[in-house]
Design a protein around this ligand. Structure first.
Ligand code: GBH
Length: 494
């Protein structure tokens, strides 16, 4: 072979390698996610009970930027068939949605199961399966029955058994048709923002946030054990909870130690009890909270201790690692007297850490800074902390406030984040098995109301029929999912 031919051959080989690297493993799954309060509406149909969100936003609309609520939302309670069509049109493997606890159990307790509630979720599950879409079902995406909140909600130790009872009913109804289950969505945002007055039930209590952390994790474990013992032998499905992690890095070298504490406080608080070999609270955090509580004059740590039995109950309650990831922050120590912004977004007041962005990171709407490398770091951190686990990305996505269907920012987010997921798979050998785009449709984005859009499809909220329209990102995500490759053209709308 002469030199020119060799050169051409090497170019072709490089190209083939490049294309191969752009490809996901053939069994990699692509899906899309929503949650009940954010899309369903129909807040008081039939015998549905009231959730903490229904309750709070009817008396405190002011906590939402546009004073809106989820009374109607995307009306997916009535339009679920359209939602299934959109998912099928994108050729996706699965749909992650959540069950609204008081829609199924109007009293919060298992004494009464709503027939309409059970029928709604049964139809949705059957409709998905008929189109070859696997349902991935979340039991708790923040809709606690108000009846249980009135009894202390997740700060009441009995919430562990209330949740286990609810989980058993859901598994009894649907375990024959659902293989993948998420117990709790994001314990951090299910406990911290709610007990900092930001979201429902909007109670301000640092003690409450930490009590909730303990009992919500025990509730996860109890539900996991119910499935494992009573349903897994027959159905063989998989259960986990959706853990949330930002990527945190120290602002300067001297912020190294604080960054470790911040990671423990915000993330390992929830992952360590389940995934570590020792179990229990992360040691650094446990020591810090014991000392801080003593200084503040408490007789015991605000972070409630686990008994040996509870540590055992929690340890190993996973069949895979479910991770939600959106964004990154730098960490530095707060200056004396410095004010903290929104918990978990701008700072972690309990440990005196300020969270910021870097000039080179991009930005979506509000809190969502765009740092694609962050997702690779987080995936690596999981592997280094807990070993070679099966990892499923259960949420990731991009927000804007635009009506432009040509949503290039969102396409760029998915492209660059998925490139980093591929690097984690190919270079770092992290066993990532799936990716979930948040969200299928624009929906009720909690404090931001309907002003923050995460959807691959737009929803016209001024139209009573809540018309859904594909954005360019829907077609982009479709090509990625159908080819299982990033080697696709950036399609634009129209
Ligand atoms: C996920 O939470 C949730 O699972 C999902 O329901 C949510 O729609 C999605 O992410 C996008 O936010 O606007 O500054 O007042 C991620 C955590 C919870 C962080 C809401 C931002 C609002 C803070 N997000 N939070 S702010």
């Amino acid at each position: 072979m002469n030199r020119t031919r060799l050169y051409i051959l090497s170019l072709i080989l490089a190209l083939v390698a490049e294309i191969a690297c752009q490809s996901f493993p053939p069994e990699f799954q692509f899906g899309v996610a929503t949650s009940s309060y954010q899309i369903e509406g129909a807040w008081n149909v039939s015998d549905k009970g009231e959730s903490i969100w229904d309750h709070l936003l009817h008396i405190r609309p002011d906590i939402i930027a546009d004073l809106s609520n989820g009374d109607v939302a995307c009306d997916s309670y009535h339009l679920w068939k359209q939602d299934i069509d959109l998912i099928a049109d994108m050729g996706l493997d699965f749909y992650r949605f959540s069950i609204n606890w008081p829609r199924l159990l109007p009293t919060g307790f298992p004494n009464k199961v709503s027939e309409d509630g059970a029928r709604y979720y049964g139809n949705l599950i059957d409709g998905l399966r008929a189109r070859g879409i696997a349902p991935v079902v979340t039991l708790y995406h923040w809709e606690l029955p108000q009846s249980l909140q009135d009894l202390g909600g997740w700060t009441n130790p009995l919430s562990v058994e209330w949740f286990a009872d609810y989980a058993r009913i859901v598994f009894t109804l649907f375990a024959d048709r659902v293989d993948t289950w998420i117990t709790i969505n994001e314990p951090i945002f299910a406990c911290e923002s709610p007990y900092r007055g930001i979201v429902a039930p909007a109670i301000v209590s640092d003690v409450g946030a930490l009590l909730c952390s303990k009992y919500i994790m025990l509730a996860h474990a109890a539900a996991y054990r119910v499935y494992d013992e009573e349903f897994k032998p027959q159905y063989g499905g998989q259960v986990s909870f959706a853990h949330h992690e930002f990527w945190f890095e120290p602002k300067t070298d001297k912020d190294q130690e604080l960054t470790e504490l911040a990671r423990d406080y915000a993330f390992s608080r929830f992952s360590y009890p389940v995934y570590s070999t020792e179990g229990g609270w992360p040691p650094l955090l446990e020591a810090y909270m014991a000392e801080k509580s003593r200084i503040e004059g408490y007789t015991r740590s605000k972070l409630p201790a686990f008994t040996a039995e509870e540590i055992k109950l929690l340890k190993g309650t996973y069949d895979f690692f479910a991770i939600n990831h959106y964004t990154s922050r730098t960490v530095r120590a707060a200056l004396s007297g410095e004010e903290f912004g929104i918990f978990g977004i701008d700072g972690l007041d309990e440990i005196g850490a300020v969270l910021e962005s870097k000039p080179e990171w991009g930005s979506a709407l509000g809190w969502l800074k765009v740092n694609p490398e962050g997702i690779r770091h987080v995936l690596n951190r999981i592997k280094h902390q807990y070993g070679d686990l099966k990892v499923m990305i259960t949420e990731s996505g991009y927000s804007d406030d635009s009506d432009d269907l040509n949503d290039v920012g969102r396409i760029d987010y998915y492209k660059t984040y998925l490139e980093q997921v591929l690097l984690a798979i190919n270079e770092d050998k992290v066993n990532v098995v799936g990716y979930t785009a948040w969200s299928l449709i624009d929906n009720f984005e909690w404090n931001s109301g309907y002003q923050s859009h995460f959807g691959l499809y737009a929803v016209d909220f001024s139209d009573p029929s809540r018309k859904r329209t594909a954005k360019a990102s829907a077609r982009y995500y479709e090509s990625v999912a159908r080819t299982k490759s990033l080697d696709v053209e950036n399609l634009t709308a129209n």
